[in-house]
Design a protein around this ligand. Sequence first.
Ligand code: CP
Ligand code: NVA
Length: 308
Amino acid sequence: MKHFLDLNKTDSHDLRSILKHASRLKSKRRGLSKGACDEEQPLRGNIVALIFEKPSTRTRVSFDLGIRQMGGQTMVFSGTELQLGHGETIADTTRVLSRYVDMIMLRTFDESILLEMTDFASVPVINGLTDRSHPCQVMADILTYEEYRGPIAGKKVVWLGDGSNVCTSLLHAAAQFEFDFVFSGPAHFNPDDKAIEFARSKGTSVLIERDVKQAVTGADLVITDTWVSMHYSQSSMERRHNLLRPYQVNEDLMNFANPDALFMHCLPAHRGEEVTSEVMDGPQSVVWDEAENRLHVQKAIMRWCMEN
Ligand code: CP
Ligand code: NVA
């Protein structure tokens, strides 16, 4: 049985084959309406539980839609609907869910909940975002970059601002897809040490550059994320904004990147904070493709999980 938990836990050949499959699935859907079924129905007869401990637009809709397109059915749980939020253990919840559904996708506040669920699940478990990582998002980002510019290997990818959960998955991806990674943000918000260690152990170039213009110079891809992720308290907002303001992605800064550099953001974006509307809506932005590609990539991930 295969779980999809993190990009450093899945073999790089498998990650590459998931992306190839996602491209194929995407091209086969050209001209179809969103609700039309795919030609192949690998999830026919299967039901997937989608569990959200925190809000979601893209993950919620793209998983649900993708499962339906592949012939499967969904059950969506949000907030504290399950007994899980009211004292039943993760282990017991997982044992029970494994008797009812064929696959589980979990978005949780705490990575340890995902890992414990994985220990007790007898069906595949997919990480739909934790406080520490967001692998489905970054798979969509790699697919999007390569659709526009070809292989990402050897390219300079610059992350600006908070070394967030998405940043951790991007560091894992740097090692698996062999691109150079540069982080620019305040020292307090450095990326996860273990993710840096993992990337460097695979020979990946990981640079921490506090000078934001220097960091972006020659970039092929510029990426950022919200300054206040969902697992941070709103009371930390003002301090975080003050520290992160110098790392805003705006037109002046994008001028330091390569002329054909792309801009990405996992969304939701806070326009005027981590990114300006000029950049979000500008010619280098591919944020809507990124969001669409969540659908295609996650379908390929689910297919991979269901294969023995
Ligand atoms: N990027 C992303 O995961 O968006 P949602 O929080 O809307 O799912
Ligand atoms: N870093 C953000 C990503 C949202 C998709 C968060 O965790 O809130």
